[in-house]
Unconditional design. Structure first.
Length: 237
């Protein structure tokens, strides 16, 4: 009986040791499980945060692309509108220049006359000047002038070039006679010993275009040719 009791006692001790060992292993596994679970949760939280940032970035990029496409469409529309307005503006400018040129058809421009030589009555003085300069063989009588004045710029200081004179001749035919004679006697017209020149009066835009041919025209004249600039600025030889 004693041996049996000892064996039973020892058996219970071994079982208890096994239970203690098993319990220890279980606690250790539970600790590892909890640690792994915490790590997984932390990793998942980190991944979720990164995914949220990625999604936000993707949404921002998509929004930027959409805005960029919208801006491209607006830019194309603006470029088309600008091209249309530029074309319309060029056409309007051409019409305005044409209208201004038509309003100047009866105008002549005299260059080289000293300042204030016309006195207080330019509309009376310049018809007599034209008769004297061109001669009675060109004009039967002093041309009727609707108005005459210096170009609308500041009066030059002593020693500076005098302002051109603008004269509106009442009759177009008389104006044409004056211009034709002035061209034929180019470089030979004088008034009281002062060299002068008489030209058709043009709009500023037309004058700018014609001015580009100035040197070419001078060279052609020196070669003995008789070039002409057709309106608005077309060279003819």
């Amino acid at each position: 009986m004693k041996a049996a009791n000892v064996s039973a006692y020892l058996g219970r001790g071994e079982e208890k040791d096994k239970e203690d060992k098993h319990g220890g292993h279980s606690c250790l596994l539970e600790d590892h499980r909890r640690a792994l679970s915490a790590d997984f949760k932390s990793a998942i939280s980190t991944l979720e945060a990164k995914l949220d940032r990625i999604q936000a970035t993707v949404s921002a990029i998509a929004s930027l692309e959409s805005n960029a496409n919208l801006q491209d469409e607006r830019m194309l529309a603006l470029e088309a509108t600008c091209a249309t307005l530029t074309d319309s503006n060029a056409k309007l400018l051409a019409k305005v220049t044409d209208l201004e040129s038509r309003s100047r058809r009866n105008n002549i421009r005299i260059v080289g006359l000293p300042e204030s030589i016309e006195g207080p009555h330019p509309s009376t003085f310049f018809p007599k000047l034209l008769m004297e300069v061109l001669g009675e063989g060109v004009l039967d009588s002093p041309p009727e002038c609707d108005r005459a004045h210096r170009s609308l710029t500041d009066k030059p200081k002593p020693g500076q070039r005098p302002r051109p004179v603008i004269i509106r001749v009442h009759r177009y035919q008389q104006k044409e006679k004056i211009i034709r004679e002035a061209r034929a006697r180019r470089g030979k017209l004088q008034y009281q010993g002062t060299p002068i020149a008489i030209y058709q009066d043009y709009a500023p835009e037309v004058m700018e275009q014609r001015y580009k041919y100035r040197e070419v025209m001078a060279e052609l004249y020196n070669l003995g040719l008789k070039p002409a600039l057709l309106f608005p600025a077309r060279l003819s030889i």
